[in-house]
Every structure is written in structure tokens, then in C-alpha cells.
Design a protein around this ligand. Sequence first.
Ligand code: DQA
Length: 147
Amino acid sequence: MTERRLLLLNGPNLNLLGTRQPEIYGAGTLAEIVDRVRAVAAEHGLEIRAVQSNHEGELVDAIQAARADCAGIIINPAAYSHTSVAIADALAAVELPVAEVHLSNIARREAFRHHSYVSAVADTVISGAGPLGYEFAVRYLAERLAG
Ligand code: DQA
């Protein structure tokens, strides 16, 4: 592997973490999650490109751009998990290892959250571990890239 960079992609409304339904998503902010992800990635000699967007097309653009200079993708597609064929198609197209993260356990929530289009193209899905899920995702990708 030449690239030592992971794309960390967060979808709609995750910019509101900290104030958004903390009983479901916790009290931590997205900035805190990104800081932690960067620290864990650094332990593995990896750097992080962090992108958050509320717009489906921007998420697709970021995934496509990753093909050129990233070695893997950590994505919390948020609500687009349940609706977006475009994001799933982009992830399949770039052929990078993908770790899908959800702060909450989507299987334990409303029925409309039970299906994720992204899960069909993800290499691993971590759901319900809170911010720790992002840390698992970094370690998973680091190990995959090493071996
Ligand atoms: C989420 C779960 C989604 O169902 C929801 O739309 C989100 C966040 C999570 O991290 O638990 O915005 O992806």
C-alpha cells in the first residue's frame, strides 16, 4: 500500500453531535470524534481526511476523490444509510476497504433504520458502540491494510 490516508466521512446531521438527541447519540461532539480518530490513526501511521456533509452529492464526490489518494474509508452515512443507492454505488466503484459506523444500534431502533444500503458494500459494520465504533473502524482498516 502506498497511501497512508483514510477518509472519515460523516453524513447529514452528524455536525450536530453534542446537542442532537444526546440520549441516542451521546454528548460528544463530532470534533471530539475526529480528534480521537486522528490519534488512533496516528498510532498506526495513518492520517485522516475528515469530511462531514449534509448533502448526498458531496458525500459521493468525497468517496470518488478518495480513490486517488486514500487507502480506506470510514463512513457513518447517517440517514443516507437507509436511502442512498448513490452512496452505496460510489463505495462499490472505488474498491477501497470500507468500515460503516453507526453510533446507535440501528437494529434496535425504528424499522426504517434496520436496512442500510451501505452495509451491502461495507467490509465491516459497527453499530451501537458509540464513538468507540469509529476507533474500532480505524483499527480494523489498519490491520487490513497491514496484512
Ligand atoms: C446513525 C443512525 C441513522 O439511522 C441516523 O439517521 C443517523 C445516525 C447513527 O450513527 O446511529 O443520523 O447513522
